[in-house]
Design a protein around this ligand. Sequence first.
Ligand code: BGP
Length: 478
Amino acid sequence: MRKFPENFMWGGATAANQIEGAYNVGGKGLSIDDVFTNGSHTEPRKITKETVEGYYYPNRVASDFYHHYKEDIALLAEMGFKVYRMSIAWSRIYPTGEEEEPNEEGLAFYDKVFDECHKYGIEPLVTLSHYEMPLALTNKYNGFADRKLIDIFKKYARTVFTRYKDKVKYWLTFNEINIGTWVVGNYLVLGIRNEGTETYVNQVDDVQLRYQALHNQLVAGAWAVKIGHEINTDFKIGNMIAMNPAYPYSCNPEDVLKAERNWQTDTYYCGDVQVRGEYPFFAEKMWKDLGVKLEITDEDKAILKEGTVDFFSFSYYQSIAKTTLPDVEPLPSLIEGVKNPYLKANDWGWQIDPTGLRYILNVLYGRYNIPMMIVENGIGAYDVLNEDGTVHDPYRIDYLRSHFKAMREAIDDGVDLIGYTMWGCIDLTSAGTGEMKKRYGFIYVDSDDYGNGTFNRYRKDSFYWYKKVIASNGEDLD
Ligand code: BGP
């Protein structure tokens, strides 16, 4: 059986808004995440437009990486990380998005972070916009609904590419851009907050506006790829798609067709634009069915062709099933689909499916034929910090082991898989629920859902296990 390639990039991933905290330090402007309240599995997060007295905003504190980055990166190095996926907070660089000059203090912060990574031979992999934009851009333009955002984003991308051209080689454009095809994608992906929207789960949707915004964002991402390659020809720039592969619930041909439709609208719609430089064949019909008419200029078409990505990256937590049959139990999470009787789920109802990872790697590599990278995967769980500072998380080790086996099988199938970054390698604020107690990390952060705690870091059992996995380049999974 083929092994993991020698230069395989093992690592972990975080996002600025979920880990940094220090929301008003160093000249940072408010971002859309700074007015996003806490919530839970059953209580949706609120979107408040501006600071409202009496609400708690967990991303403002998060894991306080801003003040702990040295210690955190040293811990990642101790595990033997080759790569650290992180994002830049756009609102640290351009506090409202529209300043003429970038905020030097913000730029200097990431210089320090990248230098710290290089000190240990860790390659940074940087997402330009991970569920984050300056709040002012939402309030003034309704985010990417306005084409002006394309130029505003280009300016930001140019600034950070130029500044870090010798420190960062691997980049991603927008996090989980395809969630823009879902109603919940309005706010976090596209920066849209329509009149009447109060919570993350029940957002007021304008499908025409949303698909236009998604188009504008795809164009902005293509521009970023082009600009990045001009600034440094060695840059490797990838896209980032949320993968929730749909299985037909039964072999009823109607179920098979329904699952295939889901692949089209969920994965290929954005994936094709970013890899092949044009919308797929079914897009026209899809727009017609949705009742949308997009403004797509000739210049847009040209730039989509020119700004295609170098590698395909994606997040993967769970698979779903689709059916036309009535009375099949739906999934309890935000995803539209039904429960798969062959799979178990975590405490938030996310179905655990390692074989699904091998499956999607085969499908995606078969379609796109460019290097693949898994940039998010992992399990959110309730961890317990013991008095002696230990955290026993065998469920996390089991989850990762089974997924690493599936990755190796996909490599054996012939897939060109170049890297893996485990989501939330340091505990951080959950995007979906705002909880801290939905933990993913190898490193435990002592803070509760309300920012109470010492913020001390502790190594979980999975920390030592992953260290062994990396040292053996994926050979030792025991
Ligand atoms: C992805 C996002 C991440 C992350 C992860 C886990 O969709 O890119 O930002 O948070 O999901 O989701 P959650 O935080 O809701 O558990």
